[in-house]
Ligand binder design. Structure first.
Ligand SMILES: *Cc1c(COP(=O)(O)O)cnc(C)c1O
Length: 452
């Protein structure tokens, strides 16, 4: 099986190409619409926000897109990322299942996000861009882009959701260490931020508000572009290095996964590990069971509506068809900040509609329980987001124990939890609450979806 992708890798097993699932899908995902005219957008409509090379990747249907050598040079610092067999965990669970995990926590910023941050910074640099504006929730994306900006000499301005800005000073310090400028959002630096503060001076902010601010800065400055850390097709494309390496590494282990699992916020690390396997299946390879795991407090894939929606609260981004909770939906208290987004990647949503993947939602307490069990067996402390994938992998392994079947289970450990130890402290002190989403708030938010 690994022969089918060998040509994509070099002699050190580092991918030479990214994999684009759009080439293999039986039908294309629905068109992206302009927020004003509600007509399909063309590359020129996106030009104020992104460099043209990334826009062309966004709309590409080529199966393989070459990774530029300067990007591969940087990837080499931590890629190929290691794939481990969790033998001690298997033993503790007394499962006949074979559990494998890909560790994306080994990147300098501690998650999978530099895979796309480095690529995006490279293309912006090529296009002569001086500054990139972006948003960050818990801070993983902001720190990844700050790292990438430092390597290419690009200024990075990060709008950080107010509540995280106050609660997570270490992430902010990391961004500033890499040389970025970090502003609490809503801020006084944009028209949108000022309007939010005028209505609610104590606003704690949200990812949707921060995206509106970052987009506004890019849209109103010629030498500033915007970068998004998930959701978009080109982001998922860059993350395909995870799955391409995993196919090769599973081959080295003489195995092939029956089940592939990833946690899903905007869908990028999940797609990163899963799409290359789905691609093989679509081209006649073995069928894999693919599971996207999301938090029960922000359940876009399992409880959202498949509809056109904005990516932000200020209704400035293009409209995409996706599983959404509505752009005004405010998830309740939840430690996995990276999984708080109201929408889902259009490509992941489309694959769900095509029956190529399934989705599952978990409350945070059972996820932390799984993360602690994993840490005590394997030594790696998962990020709260990644703990959702750990939970699902353990549950699948326990099912194998009950039924006496031996499956190969592969999951993506999207990042380490070293910056999230407060969440672990709260868990140990019994302070974590499993708040379900508020159905009334969800109904209200969904009733306000844009009419297309
Ligand atoms: C941001 C983040 C996520 C969620 O984002 P996706 O685009 O869904 O991958 C998951 N895990 C970690 C560690 C993250 O930093």
């Amino acid at each position: 099986m690994s022969e089918t992708i060998k040509y994509l890798l070099d002699e050190s097993h580092l991918p030479k190409f990214w994999y684009n699932i759009a080439a293999d899908l039986p039908s294309p995902p629905p068109a992206v619409l302009h927020p004003g005219t509600r007509q399909p957008v063309g590359p020129d409509d996106l030009a104020p926000l992104f460099p043209m090379a990334l826009i062309m990747q966004e709309v590409s249907t080529e199966r393989e897109i070459e990774i530029p050598e300067p990007v591969r040079q940087i990837y080499r610092q931590w890629r190929p990322s290691p794939l481990y067999r969790a033998r001690r965990l298997e033993k503790i669970l007394q499962t006949p299942a074979r559990i494998y995990y890909k560790n994306e926590g080994v990147s300098p910023a501690g998650s999978h996000k530099p895979n796309t941050a480095v690529a995006q910074a490279f293309y912006n640099k090529e296009a002569g861009i001086k500054r990139i504006s972006t948003e960050t929730g818990a801070g993983q994306w902001g720190s990844s882009l700050s790292f990438a900006g430092a390597l290419f000499g690009i200024e990075v301005q990060v709008f950080m959701v107010r509540v995280s800005y106050d609660q997570k000073p270490y992430r902010r310090a990391l961004m500033e260490t890499y040389g970025a400028r970090c502003v609490a959002s809503p801020s006084m630096e944009t028209n949108y931020g000022r309007s939010v503060l005028a209505a609610d001076p104590g606003s704690l902010g949200s990812l949707g508000i921060a995206i509106s601010e970052a987009v506004e800065v890019a849209a109103t400055h010629d030498d500033v572009k915007y970068a998004l850390g998930s959701v978009l097709n080109h982001v998922l494309l860059h993350q395909s290095v995870i799955g391409l390496e995993a196919i090769e590494q599973m081959g080295m282990a003489n195995d092939y996964p029956d089940v592939v699992i990833g946690c899903a916020g905007g869908g990028s690390n999940f797609a990163g590990i899963a799409f290359p396997f789905i691609g093989l299946q679509l081209r006649g390879g073995r069928k894999v069971q693919v599971i996207a795991v999301e938090p029960a407090a922000c359940p876009s894939l399992t409880r959202g509506k498949y509809a056109y929606d904005f990516g932000d609260t200020g209704c400035m981004t293009p409209l995409t068809k996706m599983h959404t909770l509505g752009s005004n939906f405010m998830p309740s208290g939840l430690h996995a900040g990276g999984l708080r987004y109201h929408g889902m990647s259009p490509l992941v949503s489309h694959c769900k509609e095509l029956g190529l993947l399934e989705a599952r939602a978990y409350h945070q307490t059972p996820c932390f329980e799984a993360a602690v069990q994993f840490a005590r067996a394997e030594g790696i402390v998962p990020a709260p987001e990644s703990s959702h994938a750990v939970r699902a992998a353990i549950d699948e392994a326990l099912k194998c124990r009950e039924s006496g079947t031996s499956k190969a289970i592969l999951f993506n450990l999207s990042g380490h939890g070293h910056f999230d130890m407060q969440a672990y402290i709260d868990y140990f002190e019994g302070k974590l609450k499993d708040q379900p989403y508020d159905q009334n708030a969800l109904d209200k938010s969904l009733s306000a979806l844009p009419v297309v």
